[in-house]
Design a protein around this ligand. Structure first.
Ligand code: ADP
Ligand code: MG
Length: 362
């Protein structure tokens, strides 16, 4: 594991502590210098973009702090019925619709799929949306940033036996093209090593920009780069936010943890302030939707009342097709091309393509 090599070698514990302290002071000084340098550049950039961003901001301003009082939904539909939160006033923590250019017009769209909750269909959405874009003729790269490697697995590859992966790209700085596999779409693979990446990255200067830098090599070769993130808001997810032009948040309709969205937005706000002024939530996808249950319908209603246009109109319905496809090493679009499950992601792809434009003129 790579990060082991970064630790100082010494037989005595006392000596270790001294070396560590020295190293830490040195790193800190370098980091300060680095931040200062970047700060000047970012300051200029920020100045130029601030006008644009604030225009968007007032459009997309959503009251998130008021959501603190929301009921947390459990499996039972009972507490949802009362849901007095629907008319929460608009206030602080703004969700910013990013300035992502339309594909093919001004550049590559880099989209991070994030939600610190696991099992909300981040991986399923990354893959199937990616394949839907490919069907439409776009050039697509998927990046598996989750140490669990589910995206890698769902394309028939085994993360346990992969030798070089996104870990080596982020930590050892090998070219990302070395870990891209050609499957239904191009895929930069994860391996079990990636579990050590957060720790190894933590010691590196520019640790939040590792993915952004790695993508420079291949960016021009793709119209869409879709990044699957782990169920946490750690350094891997922050790397995705820094590299991204926008974030899409899949939300499971049965367990609407809106408090989680507040935390996610707070992290994004920090990234905007310090590292990537343009990144914001591009949309929220209701997933595992079961139209037969009152609970699911009400959950989506509450989502729409609080997040308005940010909620995509496409609902990804609950069906076993999404679990069947990865077993065959395939997307749902490859496994059952004419089924409703495939169509849902084609609809979502159209919305992602045109949604930003439509909102612009709304
Ligand atoms: P995450 O990446 O957020 O952890 P996954 O995409 O891995 O979530 O999905 C979690 C599980 O739910 C997987 O077994 C997946 O096949 C299944 N799943 C995803 N989307 C749906 C859906 N719309 N209906 C039913 N099951 C789904
Ligand atoms: Mg996943």
């Amino acid at each position: 594991m790579g990060f082991v090599r970064l630790l100082p070698r010494s037989s005595s514990r006392a000596r270790n502590r001294v070396v560590e302290a020295e190293l830490e002071a040195e790193l800190e000084a370098e980091f300060e210098a680095d931040i200062e340098g970047e700060g000047e550049l970012e300051g200029e950039l920020e100045g130029q973009l601030e006008a644009d961003v604030s225009k968007k901001r007032h459009k997309a301003r959503v009251e998130l702090t008021a959501l603190e009082d929301l009921p947390v939904f459990e499996d039972s539909p009972a507490p949802v019925v009362a849901a007095p939160v629907a008319t929460a006033p608009v206030v602080s923590a703004p969700i910013v619709v990013p300035q992502a250019p339309a594909p093919g017009v001004t550049g590559t769209r880099v989209i991070a799929f994030a939600n610190q909750k696991g099992g909300v269909a981040k991986t399923t959405t990354t893959l199937n949306l990616g394949v839907a874009f490919k069907e439409m003729g776009y050039r697509v790269l998927l990046v598996d940033l989750d140490p669990q490697g589910n995206l890698t697995m769902s394309q028939g590859l085994n993360p346990d036996t992969i030798e070089t992966s996104m870990f080596d790209v982020l930590v050892r700085k090998i070219p990302i093209s070395d870990v891209i596999e050609r499957r239904e779409v191009d895929l930069a693979v994860a391996s079990i090593d990636l579990a050590g990446a957060e720790l190894a990255l933590a010691a590196l200067i520019g640790r939040e920009r590792s993915l952004e830098k790695a993508l420079v090599e291949v960016r021009d070769r793709y119209d869409f780069i879709l990044i699957d993130t782990p169920p946490s808001l750690g350094l891997l997810t922050i790397n995705a936010f820094v590299a991204a032009t926008g974030v899409i948040v899949p939300v499971q309709c049965e367990y609407l943890a809106l408090r989680g969205l507040v935390q996610l937005e707070n992290t994004l706000a920090m990234v905007r302030e310090n590292l990537n002024p343009l990144v914001g939530v591009e949309g929220i996808v209701p997933t595992m939707y079961d139209a037969r249950t009152l609970h699911a319908r009400e959950a989506v209603e509450i989502l729409e009342e609080n997040f308005g246009d940010l909620v995509f109109k496409t609902r990804i319905r609950k069906t076993v097709r999404y679990a069947e496809a990865p077993v065959k090493g395939s997307s749902v679009l490859g496994y059952d091309p004419t089924g409703n499950a495939s169509q849902a992601y084609r609809d979502l792809a159209k919305e992602v393509l045109h949604g930003a434009e439509a909102r612009e003129h709304a």
